[in-house]
Design a protein around this ligand. Structure first.
Ligand code: ZN
Length: 328
């Protein structure tokens, strides 16, 4: 796999519009990615997205994106959907053991239970099939993340010695195997985020796993490579080890420069958004120097409801950097 440089903006599925598609196409941003809302309702928002794939209005937007030369991808916290709590009564051993030694269906899974992994991988392959539309060109890249929470990994006897990153690596490798059964060119993201920001130690990524680095805990007001900012120093610290393990080919940054859902406290109505152009330019230079081939950002809460309140958002710095990355 040799990934040509690329970029995307991640928006919520209900924010996909001709306006956003035109904005990407006119700015030279090659991909628009749909990101169902995470958090406690991640399973429901993922189910809603899968249902949307059969909705004629949604399909018309996919066709329009294709006609404007855009790829469409899907990125989401998928674990609650893949292993629903409704399975707990019949298969408690599929679920994680918490610090008190109790099996619980709250988050993730037991990464050492082969039947759980088979079930999860089967659900992932089904979801991938439903998200593969004949209306758009396939990128063969998949983004099915574990749950969006801290403290959600398994403490059973077998998992105890595995770090959260190792547990995530086991699940991710298993899902990729299922994806490749129907899409031999499939690749799958390892999300380096929160508890899984450090690289796995005992489990290696299989061929086709690529790094997706999402520095959620950084300070968004200063460049990531500003070593005087403790949060940014800590966020950037694992990058060399991550790139050494996963390689730079296909390595993706998922940033928050345009994430107006974050800046709005994940509560509508959206707040007015101001792009921090200095941080965007500095961060792009840093990530490009490190060798990342995909530099992307969340861009939620900038849809039609935003425009009705504030007009078109100014995303010029991000768009200019993305265009330059993809055309150099
Ligand atoms: Zn376990």
């Amino acid at each position: 796999m040799t990934q040509t440089p690329t970029s995307s903006v991640l928006v919520h599925p209900d924010e996909l519009s001709r306006r956003w598609i035109d904005r990407c196409a006119d700015s030279g941003i090659p991909t628009i990615a749909l990101h169902p809302v995470g958090g406690n309702d991640a399973d429901r928002s993922m189910a809603d997205l899968l249902a949307k794939t059969e909705d004629p209005d949604f399909c018309a937007l996919l066709s329009y994106a294709e006609s404007r030369g855009l790829s469409v991808e899907y990125e989401m916290h998928a674990m609650r959907y893949f292993l629903p709590a409704s399975e707990f009564a019949s298969h408690p051993d599929w679920f994680r053991e918490n610090e008190n030694g109790e099996r619980t269906p709250d988050l993730n899974c037991c990464a050492s239970n082969p039947a759980a992994l088979d079930y999860i991988a089967g659900r992932a392959a089904d979801a991938a099939r439903r998200l593969t539309s004949p209306l758009t060109r396939p990128t063969h890249r998949y983004f099915f993340w574990l749950d969006d929470a801290r403290g959600g990994f398994c403490h059973c006897e077998k998992c105890r010695s595995l770090s959260p990153s190792d547990q995530q690596m086991i699940v991710t490798n298993r899902i990729l195997r299922a994806l490749k059964a129907f899409d031999p060119d499939a690749s799958l993201a390892y999300l380096a985020y929160c508890e899984c920001a450090a690289p796995p130690v005992t489990v290696r990524p299989d061929d086709g796993i690529f790094l997706e680095f999402a520095p959620f805990e950084r300070d968004f007001h200063a460049p990531l490579d500003d070593v005087s900012v403790a949060k940014n120093r800590a966020s950037a610290e694992p990058i060399p080890a991550l790139l050494a393990l996963f390689g730079t080919d296909g390595a993706k940054v998922l940033e928050y420069w345009l994430d107006n859902s974050l800046y709005s406290g994940w509560k509508k109505p959206p707040k007015a958004f101001t792009e921090n152009k200095a941080v965007v330019h500095a961060d792009f230079a840093f990530y490009r120097m490190l060798g990342f081939s995909d530099i992307s950002t969340f861009a939620c809460y900038l849809g039609e409801d935003y425009e009705a309140l504030y007009g078109a958002p100014d995303i010029r710095a991000t768009a200019e950097e993305m265009r330059r990355l993809c055309n150099d």
